[in-house]
Write a protein that binds this ligand. Structure first.
Ligand code: S3P
Length: 429
């Protein structure tokens, strides 16, 4: 079959303001918690894209009623006791869905479910959630000794555990906290390094049991809880591509409005400022416990930096965008702490190195680091490797000189309309 591609011609200055689609992490979690709630709640400004539509589909198979109301979702929860699905649950490309759902299903006594996903998701490590859930009493088996999908779960009686995250992962933390809502005793997750805290904020929003102190997050068994409306902020990870596009294209000035500014997500702003980026942002409201505001980016001559590895968990999805900025910076950028990027939707360390080379940028790749020699890119062809963020990051890296993006439809996993929005900012100049 012929492969699809999109040719982006060189873009002049990017100018204007835009809003990006709803946050993917908050949409997944909002749908799951509403599905477990009692009564009816609306999810305003959700992300409606490949990944989160997978979540809606799977939750419907578990008994929740999820209706589209214009751009919003109306959810009638099934309550804490989900319905046994009649068929295999297909999580598509969505790692967050599979991992968090494992936590929920583990505590559904007697319920049997099989989870699978696309080729990328079936390759991704699930032992990191299955093992601690088994320690809580869950019955989970699957391919590769129960470490990879397809996975079969038989819900059972859970017992709370104390668990220190061996790798910084909000998905593992969240799966255990969700399981903890069904477990006897206290479930405690210790995170030596902070990761995104959307689950904790949403537990507070829904009045679910939660105690947080210095990297220790505890929860315990909940009773039935009522639905509550929720507004999803714009996705910082989607905004990141426009910020970088503006920073590397002379004459640009772009404002992203209504975007989530949760400090566990915005490590990229710190790194870009260290590279000399002209960035400004302001939090205007703390909608539903999530800080929301605007960010302005103006073209800036960037210089290479050595990134603090401690910042990586706060920008784990923005490394492809950072690599695009580094390609245009003067001098070398060193990015350590990238072990987790090897097991994302693609091997992102490899995908970044491949695409930088395709655009004429010198790059060295280590087991968990990248060294990028900046100075600009030349026109070329970029390959998404079935990974939405790689497609968008390298569209942006090549935009000032023109680039061919193969299989651009991968962007739709988290951002339908990405290329129209990008072209819209170019046209506005
Ligand atoms: C996510 C957490 C991160 C991130 C992913 C979404 C979440 O993964 O990369 O895109 O919603 O919890 P890890 O927690 O596995 O690092």
């Amino acid at each position: 079959m012929d492969r699809t591609f999109l040719d982006l011609s060189p873009c002049g200055p990017l100018r204007g303001a835009l809003r990006v689609p709803g946050d993917k992490s908050v949409t997944h979690r909002g749908l799951m918690l509403l599905a477990l709630s009692q009564g009816e709640g609306r999810l305003y400004h959700p992300l409606k894209a490949g990944d989160t539509l997978s979540t809606a589909r799977v939750l419907r198979a578990l008994g929740a009623e999820i209706l589209e109301e214009g751009p919003h979702f109306r959810v009638r929860g099934q309550g804490l006791r989900l319905r046994e699905p009649e068929d295999v649950l297909d999580c598509g490309n969505a790692g967050t869905l599979m991992r968090l759902l494992l936590g929920i299903l583990a505590g559904q006594e007697g319920l049997f479910a099989v989870l699978t996903g696309d080729a990328s998701l079936r390759r991704r490590p699930m032992g990191r959630v299955a093992e601690p859930l088994r320690a809580m009493g869950a019955v989970i088996d699957g391919r590769d000794g129960g470490r990879r999908a397809p996975l079969a779960v038989r819900g059972g009686r859970l017992q709370g555990i104390a668990y220190t995250l061996p790798v910084p992962s909000a998905q593992v933390k969240s799966a255990l906290l969700l399981a903890g809502l069904f477990a006897e005793g206290v479930t405690e997750v210790v995170e030596p390094v902070p990761t995104r805290d959307h689950t904790e904020r949403l537990f507070r929003h829904f009045g679910l049991p939660l105690a947080v102190e210095e990297g220790r997050i505890r929860t315990w068994k909940t009773g039935p809880f009522p639905a509550r409306d929720l507004t999803v902020p714009g996705d910082f990870s989607s905004a990141a591509f426009f910020l970088v596009a503006a920073l590397v294209t002379p004459g640009s000035e772009v404002v992203v409005e209504g975007v989530g500014l949760n400090p566990t997500r915005t490590g990229l702003l710190t790194v870009l400022q260290g590279m000399g980026a002209d960035l400004e942002w302001r939090v205007l409201e703390g909608e539903e416990g999530e800080p929301v505001g605007w960010i302005r980016a103006r073209y800036s001559p960037l210089k290479g930096v050595s990134v603090d590895p401690g910042l990586i968990p706060l920008m784990v999805d923005e490394v492809p965008a950072l690599a695009a900025a580094a390609a245009w910076a003067e001098g070398e950028t060193y990015i350590p702490g990238l072990a987790e990027l090897r097991v994302k939707e693609s091997d992102r360390v490899r995908a970044i190195a491949h695409n930088l080379r395709a655009l004429g940028v010198a790059v060295e790749e280590g087991p968990d680091w990248l060294r990028i020699e900046g100075g600009g890119v030349r026109p070329g062809e970029v390959e998404p490797f079935h990974d939405h963020r790689i497609a968008m990051a390298f569209a942006v890296a090549g935009l000032p000189v023109g680039v061919r993006v193969w299989e651009p439809e991968w962007a739709e996993i988290s951002y339908p309309g990405f290329f129209q929005d990008l072209k819209g900012l170019c046209a506005a100049s």
